[in-house]
Ligand binder design. Structure first.
Ligand code: B12
Length: 461
């Protein structure tokens, strides 16, 4: 069957934002859609992609659907994308009401009731989509009836074909401008063993309890394919925490070197793991690790406990020291304005970040995300100030919850960053959707991002 997948992640970047060599987030591929495509193509279906970030607006989307005449369209929805996805579904039905509209991804998995209320969605898939989306296409082709809300069948990860990057043409902008291109993102794991209250149980709901990870040889074979096909020169591993199984990391690093890779890579880790297993930092550095992205989150122990982060403030400080010792750059994720956080507790975070002196600051004002326990907590206690799905963004702008002095938070944010980073940040920060100001500062001369920001400002006007 002819089917179209839709990447509707325009909430942050807007239309006409894809792969203009600018904000990296606006050029990254959607691994869920790429995996669904690879699986469905293998089963004989004809799959293509409409990436809203490439289009000028919804009119162009409508025209593309009318031109292509698919039997089905699959839309992926995070909570922030709710409006864009529902708009697309309505337009598809306007073009031809017989086109079957399938929706899946984090938000339908987390809030199937809200999504199912919209009659434009013929099928709502909860959880993983490769097998189930293909089953839907098979059933539609055979004229077999299907339930409207379907629980996705999880796949055995090593048996899945590699992500179909051709959907996007294979190019992604590097997370750091100094990384050599072609840069690409990969993902090896589904789910997360940790239980942070600002995130979980979302991932348990989407991927089930625990964590499944592709074997190291499977991941390494994909990297070899990317080197042969695209000339891969640097990469980022998207896993929520790539280092949670140190034996896996060691196997990956041995294989990485044995297969002739020296290219720099970036991945996420945790402060407690870095402290407990300094040996893997050295092993990873020797293999090519360039930067760790670390969720330090807070410099106050009561807040870290409230977040169920499972780390200590001392871990945060020591982990940064260890990274410095091995020459690993640090990208610091941290949050200000957590429910119940006092000004003194916020200042603890500022003090900690100043001590850490990260290479890249990635601050956020706490934002309640659907699917997390803190979202439910904010709803129950009437704390949320969020009025539309589009505001479910982790960003250091705007007012997110009651009881927080955001003027104070803005000053704390400024205080947490070095002056150059903050001056760039305050000028362009609104457009720096993933990273922040230090990013511009460090790029000599940071041209592409500056250009991107200017373009974003023009678009905004
Ligand atoms: C990589 C990543 C990103 C990347 C790339 C995003 C992308 N397009 O996939 C970037 C950095 C851009 C990003 C941004 C954000 N992200 Co993010 N991201 C992730 C991360 C770590 C991995 C995603 C991934 O590739 N997973 C693996 C693939 C295979 O899974 P998947 O994409 O979910 O797809 C599977 C199923 O969901 C389903 N499915 C998905 N789409 C469809 C469509 C159909 C038709 C069907 C049938 C099935 C289906 O089938 C897929 C295959 O099994 C996840 C956490 C995680 N571990 O999943 C968070 C996560 C998805 N992100 C999250 C959030 C909150 C954000 C941001 C809002 C953060 C922010 N800056 O404020 C932004 C929003 C960007 C936007 N849309 O405007 C939340 C979403 C929660 C929610 N309630 O929606 C997650 C779950 C993290 C978390 N636990 O909080 N993110």
């Amino acid at each position: 069957m002819k089917a179209i997948l839709v990447d509707a992640s325009i909430t942050a970047c807007g239309f006409k934002s894809y792969n203009t060599g600018e904000l990296m987030e606006s050029s990254w591929i959607h691994h869920g859609l790429c995996s669904i495509s690879a699986y469905a193509k293998k089963a004989g279906h004809e799959i293509s992609l409409i990436d809203l970030r490439l289009l000028t607006g919804y009119e162009e989307f409508k025209t593309a659907i009318a031109k292509s005449k698919p039997g089905a369209v699959g839309l992926s929805m995070m909570s922030v994308d709710f409006d864009a996805v529902t708009k697309c579904a309505a337009l598809i039905k306007q073009v031809d009401s017989s086109i079957k509209v399938v929706v899946g991804g984090p938000h339908p998995s987390i809030d199937p009731e809200e999504v199912s209320r919209n009659p434009d969605f013929d099928y709502v898939v909860l959880g993983e989509g490769e097998i189930t989306f293909t089953d839907i296409l098979n059933a539609l082709e055979a004229g077999k009836p299907l339930e409207r809300v379907l629980r996705g069948t999880p796949a055995e990860l090593d048996k899945l074909p590699f992500a179909d990057r051709e959907l996007y043409g294979g190019h992604e902008a590097p997370i750091l401008p100094e990384l050599p291109v072609p840069f690409m993102t990969v993902i090896a794991a589904r789910g997360c063993i940790y239980n942070c209250s600002f995130c979980q149980p979302a991932e348990k709901i989407i991927f089930g309890k625990g964590l499944r990870r592709r074997s190291a040889p499977s991941l390494l074979s994909e990297l070899e394919m990317l080197r042969d096909k695209y000339g891969l020169k640097s990469l980022m591993i998207h896993d929520d925490c790539f280092t949670e199984d140190v034996e896996y990391v060691k196997e990956f690093c041995r294989g990485y070197t044995a297969r002739g890779f020296k290219m720099p890579f970036v991945c996420q880790s945790r402060a407690d793991i870095i402290c407990r297993h300094e040996e893997i930092v050295k092993i990873m550095r020797d293999a090519g690790l360039y930067m760790f992205i670390i969720g330090f989150e807070s410099g106050n122990q009561r807040i870290l406990n409230f977040l169920r982060k499972g780390t200590k403030v001392e871990h945060n400080l020591k982990a940064a020291e260890i990274c410095r010792k091995y020459g690993i750059k640090v990208w610091a994720n941290y949050m200000l304005g957590i429910p119940g956080e006092t000004k003194r507790e916020t200042r603890d975070t500022v003090r900690m970040i100043k001590k850490i002196k990260p290479d890249h600051y990635s601050p956020a004002f706490f934002t309640p995300h659907p699917g997390s326990d803190l979202f439910t907590y904010c709803e129950k206690n009437g704390l949320s100030l969020i009025k539309s799905h589009e505001e479910y963004r982790r960003s250091p702008f705007g007012r997110k919850i009651k009881g927080i002095d955001y003027e104070f938070l803005n000053r704390a944010l400024q205080d947490s960053m070095d002056p150059v980073s903050h001056s760039v940040f305050s000028k362009f920060g609104k457009f720096l959707v993933y990273g922040t100001a230090a990013f511009l500062k460090k790029t000599a001369p940071g041209r592409y991002l500056v250009e991107a920001v200017k373009k974003a400002v023009r678009r905004e006007k």
